[in-house]
Design a protein around this ligand. Sequence first.
Ligand code: NAI
Ligand code: MG
Length: 507
Amino acid sequence: MTMSAEALAADYLATGTVAGTPSGHFIDGREQDSLSGEKMDIFDPGLGRPFAAVAAGDRADAELAVASSVKAFPAWRRLAPAERGRILNRMAALIRENADQLAMLETLDVGKTLAESRGNAHSAARTFEYYAGVCDKLQGDSLPVGFGQIGLTLLEPVGVVAQIIPWNFPMTTFARGIAPALAAGCCVVAKPAETTPHTAILLARLLSDAGLPPGVCNVVLGEGASVGATLSAHPDVAHVTFTGSTKTGVRVMQAAAEHFASVTMELGGKSPVIALADCDIEAAAQGAAGAIFENAGQICSAGSRLVVDRAIHRKLVDRVVEIAGEITVGHGLRGNKMGAINSRRQLDTILGFTDRARRDGRAVLCGGKQLQDADGGEGWFVGPTVIDDLSDDDPCIQEEIFGPVLSVQVVDGPEEALRAANATRYGLMAGIYTANISSALAIARDLESGSVTINDYWGGGVEVPFGGVGHSGFGREKGLVAVQAYCRVKSVVAQVPTTLSQETRNN
Ligand code: NAI
Ligand code: MG
């Protein structure tokens, strides 16, 4: 790609189209149309109108992709691990080389800002690089079975895995599921969300350019109810990694149970940002704003609740509202700080929560309404929203809104902060802001949550395991632990032939 993202963006805003946009499934090493010939429109959320069309697959396309991966598996699992690592390293380099084109398409599919999309492309590259280094370091154990035997474990790839990907972070979710699966020696069939297919096709193409054999990573486009459901119910799929809503996660688990596939469930969240009385208020305000306004709040691990000590409540919340007021909202290609909501449906979901809060007489301090793009576009925008002083049982505290809506809970002291933080059925992330590291660690220990960060909400990268407890799901992605989902342990015990005499052995 020779054009910069800015040049691509200017061209798109002038013409409404992007040259060379990929449009097919990627199966068996090449792009292909749907077997049915059907297509579906892809909308630019920043303009609220279609900018491209891609193949709309169904059950038959999903089955073709699985069959292709089944065929590719024996050779892929036999390839030297170091060679798998080289391919993943080349993939990281190719993502970096093509970051501008990837970022541009991610912005048009998702609605996020170009800066966010660029960051996501580099994070995806980093993920492939991290797991490239893992390929030749996966090793089993020797087992203490006694002198007459030798016992060991072999780590084997589980087989063909399905990756069902949501629309909020298409590139990074692709990378964090597919890189460890490939590192382990598995083949993958990936299904991007129906609204955000483009970067998955490009990433599959780049994997092929990096030397990945045909069929090792296939991408099938289409609706969740057909393609996603076929993949999760397919008897040749050994593991399903699902990222999305809790409701759909239950369906995927039920389908996988029928054929004993294992599952990783990365589901919703209602993650708290806890601000204790002694915290650095400016750092907490910036942290809380970043935790919910990034990606317009469409993040499973968004800090969607602010649990704040009464002593600093007014000061901190006023500062968050001030920061919210400085966030420009509009098309992701026009240099705004916050982009669009991915779909009309998601916009309506968010407005449903904010309208209800207003009707119920809650203190909506800012936002909570559909916004017009400053440039007059018809896109799907909601301004940064803060709803103050809610009780634990308020829907805005209990339910995932998945938009730029911060819901505030006021508490007295660390004990109550911990109780309020734990008061939902979710448990994905939690952030703690305090000057006292001992209180932070004590709270971290008692939080019902898969991850905790202290004084930096988005602290850590691909090295840090990520996943939920409770209704946020189970299984861990990122970090070394992520590879476990894609490996099974085989134990081997051998009777050792006695070649030495009894005396020699005892000496
Ligand atoms: P969803 O959970 O239905 O979609 C996620 C993925 O699952 C998509 O690729 C979709 O095509 C696929 N899918 C849908 N139905 C399926 C089925 N029966 N079998 C297999 N795969 C299926 O999420 P949706 O409807 O787009 O959003 C609804 C809510 O889910 C959002 O408002 C948000 O609260 C939450 N969500 C959470 C995400 C997260 O990162 N944890 C990501 C996306 C949505
Ligand atoms: Mg759905």
